[in-house]
Design a protein around this ligand. Structure first.
Ligand code: ZN
Length: 224
C-alpha cells in the first residue's frame, strides 16, 4: 500500500480488503457462527414450506437473487472507492443505500431464470447469463440429483456472498476517508475483483466450500 494510503493497484486492494475483513470479523464476535448456522438451516425452512417443483423453483429464484444482489452490492462498493459516490450521512442512510443496490437485482431475476430453464436468444442482461451457464448445462445434461445438489449448494453459497457483500459495503461506506480511495483504478476492475474476493472470503467465513460447477476455475482461489 502506498504511503498516502490510497489504493493504487488491484494487489493493494486485495491487501486492503483483507485487512478490512480482519477488523470486521473482530468487531462482530459470535457473528460468523451464528450466520453459519443460519445459512445451513435456511434450506430446511424452504423444504418445509414448499414441495417438489415449487421447491426447485424457489431455490433457483433465490440463488439467482443472491448472486445478482451480490454483484450489485460489489458495484456499489467499487463506485464508492473509485468515484467517491455517494456521500452518506447517518447509519440508517447507509443501510438503506446498500439495500437499494441489492434490490436492483430483482428485475433481472426473471431473465436469468428464463435462461436457466429454456435458454435465451437476447435480453438486456444477456452477457451476465454466463454466471449461470454451467448450471444450465447441468440442468440439461446431468442427472436430476446432481442438479438438485448443485442448486442447493449455490443457494447457500449466494446467501453467504450476499450477507458478506452487504456487511462489507456498510463497513466501507461508513468511513468517509475511504471515499475515492482507489480513484486511479477502473470501476469495472474493482467491481470484478471485489466479486472474486467476496466469493473466496464468504466461502471461508461460512465454511461453505467451493462449488465445482458454479465458480469458474481460478476465480474461486482469488485472495485465498
Ligand atoms: Zn438473455
Amino acid at each position: 500500500m502506498s504511503s498516502h494510503g490510497s489504493i493504487d493497484s488491484l494487489e493493494d486492494y486485495d491487501l486492503w480488503l483483507g485487512m478490512l475483513w480482519v477488523a470486521l470479523q473482530q468487531s462482530l464476535p459470535g457473528f460468523i457462527p451464528k450466520f453459519q448456522a443460519q445459512i445451513a438451516n435456511t434450506l430446511e425452512e424452504k423444504r418445509s414450506q414448499h414441495l417438489g417443483d415449487e421447491y426447485i423453483n424457489q431455490i433457483e429464484k433465490n440463488l439467482i437473487y443472491g448472486c445478482e444482489g451480490t454483484h450489485q452490492i460489489c458495484e456499489a462498493i467499487a463506485r464508492f472507492l473509485v468515484l467517491g459516490e455517494p456521500r452518506l450521512g447517518p447509519e440508517v442512510e447507509i443501510l438503506a443505500y446498500v439495500e437499494s443496490w441489492r434490490f436492483k437485482a430483482l428485475p433481472v431475476v426473471g431473465r436469468h431464470l428464463a435462461f436457466l430453464r429454456s435458454g435465451c436468444s437476447g435480453c438486456q442482461v444477456h452477457p451476465n447469463h454466463s454466471r449461470y451457464q454451467n448450471l444450465r448445462k447441468l440442468r440439461l445434461s446431468a442427472s436430476f440429483d446432481r442438479y438438485f445438489d448443485e442448486i442447493e449448494f449455490c443457494y447457500k453459497f449466494y446467501q453467504g456472498t450476499s450477507i458478506l457483500a452487504g456487511l462489507t459495503a456498510a463497513s466501507i461506506l461508513r468511513t468517509q476517508d475511504f471515499s475515492a480511495l482507489a480513484s486511479t483504478l477502473a470501476v469495472e476492475d474493482v467491481l470484478h475483483r471485489t466479486w472474486l474476493l467476496v466469493c473466496a472470503r464468504s466461502s471461508a467465513w461460512w465454511q461453505l466450500g467451493i462449488g465445482d460447477v458454479l465458480i469458474p476455475e481460478g476465480e474461486a482461489s482469488a485472495g485465498g
